[in-house]
Design a protein around this ligand. Structure first.
Ligand code: AMP
Ligand code: DBH
Length: 550
C-alpha cells in the first residue's frame, strides 16, 4: 500500500515484465537497479569542468548540470511535486530540456515527452491519461504562446496543474523554471536529500509517446532499469565515448535523439551534447564546425536536405564520423550519397519508442549500410516474423515483426483493451512493421500493416485524424491514407463522404481540425470527396482501394 501511495498509483497501470524474466535480466547485468539520475554526481566528481551540454552561448559543465538538476529537483519537491507524479514536458531543443529531464530523474518525477508542435488535443488527452500534475513549456516558441496553451490545457484537467515556464516572460501564477534552477542553497544538502529520496531502478523513469494507431497517442512507460540498458547498448553500438560530441537537431523528446544513443547516450559515455532547435542545414553545418561534432542523427527527409545543401557548404565537417538515419525508410540511393556529400559514415537505425532498436555497424559494408537496418542492440532481443495468421514465416521471407526483450515493455500505459491488440498473450509486441532478415542477420524494413502515416519520421495515427474529422457536421465518413511523397515519404490524404447538401474544402477542414487543437503536422494535405466508400468485410473503409486511387 505504502508503495502505491508513494508513486501516486502509476505503477498499477504499468504492465510489468514477468517476474522470472525480470530476475534473468538482472542476473545477466542488463538491469542494474539504479535510477538514471544516480550517475550525475559521479560524473561531476570525475570530470567537473568538462562541458556536458552546449546550447548557443550557454555551456554547462558536468558540475553545472548536476547542480542545476538538483536545484530544480528540490524546487519542484518544495512545490509539492514528488516521486511518481507526472509532468508534461514540451520544450524545444534548449539546455533547460536536459536540466528538466535530469531533475525529474533525480526526484522520480516522470516526464511525459511531448513535442513542441503538440496542441490542446494532444496535451489535454495525454495530460488526462497520465494525471499530469504540471506542464513545462517555453514562454513562446516560433511565434506561438505556449503559456496560454498550457493554461488552456490545465483548465481542461480535473485536478490542479502547475504551469512551469522556461523563458524571460513568466506570467503571474506560473513558475519560473530558470529561477528554480538557479536558486541558492547548499548543494551538498540538496544532493543528500535527493539521494535519500531517489526512485528505484524498477520505477518509471519517462513516458514516451508512440506514433500509434489509436484515437489518442499511446504512452509508453520506460523504467530506469530498461532505459539505462537501452542507452548503454545504443552507445556501445555507435562507439560513443568521452570524445563523442553529439548534435541533437531532431526534437529532443523523441526517443531517437534522446536515448538512441542521442543526448543521454553522449552524457553517459562522458561526452557532450550540443542542442540545436532546428535541422536547417546552414545552422547544422555551422554547429558541426564550431563544436567539433562527431555524431548526429536525422530522419531520411532531413538527411536528404543536408546532402543537397552540402554542395554549397563552406564549413569544415571533418569532425563528423557518423550520421544515424532512422524513423522512416531510407532509400538506398539516398543512403549511398551520404558518405560522399557529408564525408562521414552512415549508421541506419530502426527503432521505436516501444523499445527494440537496431543499428547497422559503424564499419559496415556499403551493402549492409545502404540496404539494411542492421541488427538488434541486445543479445536478449527476441524477434519473430509472422504471417497474417500469426504463423512464423520461413527464413528470409517477409513477415510482421514481433519482438520482446529487456527494454521492450509488455504493454502500453493504462490501456488494457489496446494491449490485447498490440501484444500477444505471451508478451510479444506487434510492431506492425513488415520485415525480412538477410542471411547475415540484418533486418530490412519492407512495409507495414499498421494504420499510420509516416510523415518524414513523424508518425500520425490515421484513426486520430479520422475521429476528429468525423466530428465535423459535414462529414459522414472519413479515412486517412498515406499519400506517397518524394520529400517526406508520406503525407496525409483524407478521403471523406459528406452528408447530403454539405460541402468541405481542404482549408475548411484544416481550420476546423486546428480549432480542435490538433498538431499542425497531422493536418491532411489533400482532401478527396467520394460519393461512396468501399468497405471491407468487417465494415471498415477499404484503405487498399483508397491507396490505389492515390
Ligand atoms: P514509434 O512507435 O512512434 O516510435 O515509431 C516507430 C516506427 O517508426 C517503427 O515501428 C517503424 O514503423 C518506423 N521506423 C523507425 N525506424 C525506421 C527505419 N529505419 N525504417 C523504416 N521505418 C522505421
Ligand atoms: O521512429 C522512431 O520512433 C525511432 C527511430 C529511430 C526511434 O524511436 C528510435 C530510433 O529510437
Amino acid at each position: 500500500m505504502s508503495e502505491l501511495l508513494a508513486d501516486n498509483g502509476i505503477t498499477e497501470r504499468v504492465v510489468p515484465w514477468p517476474a522470472d524474466l525480470a530476475h534473468a535480466y538482472r542476473a545477466a547485468g542488463c538491469w542494474r537497479g539504479r535510477p538514471l539520475g544516480a550517475s550525475l554526481w559521479e560524473w561531476a566528481a570525475r570530470r567537473p569542468e568538462r562541458v556536458a551540454v552546449v546550447d548557443g552561448d550557454v555551456r554547462l559543465t558536468y558540475r553545472d548540470l548536476a547542480e542545476h538538476a538538483d536545484g530544480l529537483a528540490t524546487g519542484l519537491a518544495a512545490s509539492g511535486l514528488g516521486r511518481g507524479d507526472t509532468v508534461l514536458v514540451q520544450l524545444p531543443n534548449q539546455w533547460e530540456f536536459v536540466v528538466v529531464t535530469f531533475a525529474c530523474f533525480r526526484l522520480g518525477l516522470v516526464p511525459v515527452m511531448m513535442l513542441p508542435p503538440h496542441r490542446e488535443h494532444e496535451l489535454a488527452s495525454i495530460g488526462a491519461h497520465v494525471g499530469a500534475k504540471a506542464i513545462v513549456v517555453p514562454d513562446s516558441w516560433k511565434g506561438y504562446d505556449h503559456q496560454d496553451l498550457a493554461e488552456r490545457v490545465a483548465a481542461t484537467l480535473p485536478h490542479p496543474v502547475r504551469v512551469l515556464v522556461v523563458g524571460d516572460e513568466v506570467r503571474a501564477g506560473h513558475v519560473d523554471v530558470r529561477g528554480l534552477i538557479k536558486q541558492s542553497g547548499d548543494p551538498a544538502a540538496r544532493r543528500q536529500w535527493l539521494d535519500e529520496h531517489a526512485p528505484s531502478g524498477s520505477d518509471v523513469a519517462v513516458f514516451l509517446l508512440s506514433g500509434g494507431t489509436t484515437g489518442t497517442p499511446k504512452v509508453i512507460a520506460r523504467t530506469h532499469d530498461d532505459y539505462e540498458y537501452n542507452i548503454r547498448r545504443c552507445a556501445a553500438a555507435c562507439g560513443f565515448g568521452p570524445d563523442t560530441v553529439y548534435l541533437a537537431v531532431l526534437p529532443a523528446g523523441h526517443n531517437f535523439p534522446l536515448a538512441n544513443p542521442g543526448i543521454l547516450g553522449a552524457l553517459y559515455a562522458g561526452g557532450r551534447a550540443v542542442l540545436l532547435p532546428s535541422p536547417r542545414p546552414d545552422a547544422v553545418f555551422e554547429a558541426i564546425e564550431a563544436e567539433g561534432v562527431t555524431a548526429t542523427s536525422a530522419v531520411p527527409a532531413v538527411a536528404l536536405r543536408w546532402i543537397e545543401a552540402a554542395a554549397e557548404n563552406t564549413r569544415d565537417l571533418g569532425s563528423l564520423q557518423h550520421l544515424h538515419v532512422g524513423g522512416s525508410v531510407l532509400a538506398p540511393e539516398v543512403a549511398a550519397r551520404i558518405g560522399p556529400a557529408l564525408g562521414c559514415g552512415l549508421q541506419q537505425v530502426y527503432g521505436m519508442a516501444e523499445g527494440l532498436v537496431c543499428y547497422t555497424a559503424p564499419g559496415a559494408s556499403d551493402e549492409e549500410a545502404h540496404g539494411t537496418q542492421g541488427k538488434p542492440i541486445s543479445p536478449f532481443d527476441e524477434l519473430l516474423l509472422v504471417d497474417p495468421d500469426g504463423e512464423p514465416v520461413a527464413p528470409g521471407e517477409v513477415g510482421e515483426l514481433l519482438t520482446r526483450g529487456p527494454y521492450t515493455p509488455r504493454g502500453y500505459f493504462g490501456v488494457p483493451e489496446v494491449n490485447r491488440q498490440s501484444f500477444t498473450p505471451d508478451g510479444w509486441f506487434r510492431t506492425g512493421d513488415l520485415v525480412r532478415i538477410t542471411p547475415a542477420g540484418d533486418l530490412v524494413v519492407c512495409g507495414r500493416v499498421k494504420d499510420l502515416i509516416n510523415r518524414g519520421g513523424e508518425k500520425i495515427s490515421a484513426a486520430e485524424v479520422e475521429l476528429l474529422a468525423q466530428e465535423l457536421p459535414a462529414v459522414a465518413e472519413a479515412a486517412a491514407v498515406p499519400m506517397p511523397d518524394l520529400e517526406l515519404g508520406e503525407r496525409v490524404c483524407l478521403f471523406v463522404r459528406l452528408h447530403p447538401g454539405h460541402s468541405l474544402t481542404l482549408e475548411q477542414l484544416c481550420t476546423a481540425l486546428t480549432a480542435r487543437g490538433l498538431a499542425a503536422f497531422k493536418l491532411p494535405e489533400r482532401l478527396e470527396v467520394l460519393d461512396a466508400f468501399r468497405h471491407t468485410a468487417v465494415g471498415k473503409a477499404d484503405k487498399k482501394v483508397l491507396r490505389e486511387l492515390l
